[in-house]
Design a protein around this ligand. Structure first.
Ligand SMILES: [Zn+2]
Length: 352
């Protein structure tokens, strides 16, 4: 009973999460009835509205992700490129799905374009969704689409997923290898970053390779953000952030969101779904020590990656907060990690 009481109390610390893949998961499971599945609940989803309410998941960045045509790497070890017409079709379909969910939610799901929107949605217990894209294959070098998507509510984007496109080189998935794989930004990629700065669209560095990370660090006038990545020092996976990248994130007042995916957490790269929460706590401890308590958040990757059954889905968030509290984080620090740091970062990136 004591444990249950504690969990209820922790569920009251709202979580604003830096990355979920509910949109592409819903599309993958079938377009028909997708709104109902996420609003009323589905066994196949790690995030749906009943689970979000139970676990205290108050909102987060909802990613548009265009599936790769295959998982087979080419001679350079890169995943295949996505053609622009299919990327455009998927991007529009998932962006429209986000709107349809909100429209059918009876106020339970809001698409937010400012931190004021997010705070107001959280106050009303309405899921605060932010329109994000990871991998902008849908856009051409003229960047016309970025203007259109911004007008449609896009407030954050990762130039790449883990594959090359005309803007940059997404880092291939390699355990035991640092992110220094492939070239940096193209000229179109540099234009993209400048435009994002101008429109105040957050630029997400997760999935970027090392050269691209440093090119963006040089060009961008916004805080550096890796929305769903872990410290390479603990889990040496190419998707994770090196110490010098973490230092740059800290020095620009940026943020790193803890990825819950076991393959980005396990020190030996094992996809261990029985992984203890202590491994996640170790990652948070390392990040807090390296970048400071004000620059660490969550980037769960719910519905996009394999997660330990100690968390399982959005209802497991109080367990993670409980593990962090047991490790010595007080309520003020937990509130920063759970949502405060994300809201502060977005406010500084977007303007008040
Ligand atoms: Zn991702």
């Amino acid at each position: 009973m004591v444990v249950a009481g504690r969990m209820n109390e922790l569920a009251k610390i709202p979580v604003f999460d830096g990355h979920n893949d509910i949109l592409s998961r819903l599309m993958h499971e079938g377009r028909n009835g997708a709104e109902t599945r996420v609003l009323r609940g589905s066994d196949r989803m790690q995030v749906d509205m009943p689970k979000a309410r139970e676990g205290g998941l108050a909102g987060g960045l909802c990613a548009v992700y265009v599936p790769s045509p295959s998982w087979g790497a080419d001679a350079n070890g890169d995943l295949p490129r996505v053609e622009r017409p299919s990327a455009l079709e998927q991007t529009i379909a998932q962006a429209a799905l986000l709107r349809r969910i909100a429209a059918q939610s009876d106020g339970a799901f809001s698409v937010c374009t400012s931190v004021a929107d997010i705070r107001s949605a959280m106050d009303k217990q309405s899921f605060a969704a932010v329109f994000h894209i990871e991998g902008i294959e849908a856009a051409g070098p003229d960047l016309d689409l970025i203007h259109v998507l911004h007008a449609a509510g896009l407030r954050t984007l990762g130039p790449v997923w883990s594959r090359p496109n005309i803007f940059a080189h997404g880092v291939p998935f390699r355990f035991g290898h640092d992110p220094d794989i492939g070239p940096g930004l193209s000229e179109a990629g540099r234009d993209l970053i400048r435009l994002c700065n101008r429109l105040k669209i957050m630029v997400d560095l997760s999935h970027m390779n090392d050269a691209g990370f440093w090119d963006i660090a040089k060009i961008s006038d916004a805080p550096l953000v890796a929305s769903h990545s872990n410290p390479f020092a603990i889990c040496p996976h190419s998707r994770n952030a090196t110490d010098s990248q973490l230092d740059a994130i800290r020095d620009t007042g940026g943020l790193i969101g803890l990825n819950f995916g076991v393959k980005f957490l396990h020190p030996e790269g094992k996809p261990d779904t029985d992984m203890d929460l202590s491994t996640m706590v170790r990652h948070v401890d390392y990040l807090v020590e390296r970048v400071g308590i004000d620059h660490v958040g969550f980037g769960s990757d719910f519905d996009g990656t394999l997660i330990s059954n100690k968390i399982g889905d959005a209802t497991g968030l109080p367990s993670l907060l409980g593990a962090l509290r047991s490790a010595g984080y007080d309520d003020v620090e937990l509130a920063k990690i759970a949502h405060g740091n994300w809201l502060s970062l977005l406010e500084r990136t977007w303007g008040a």
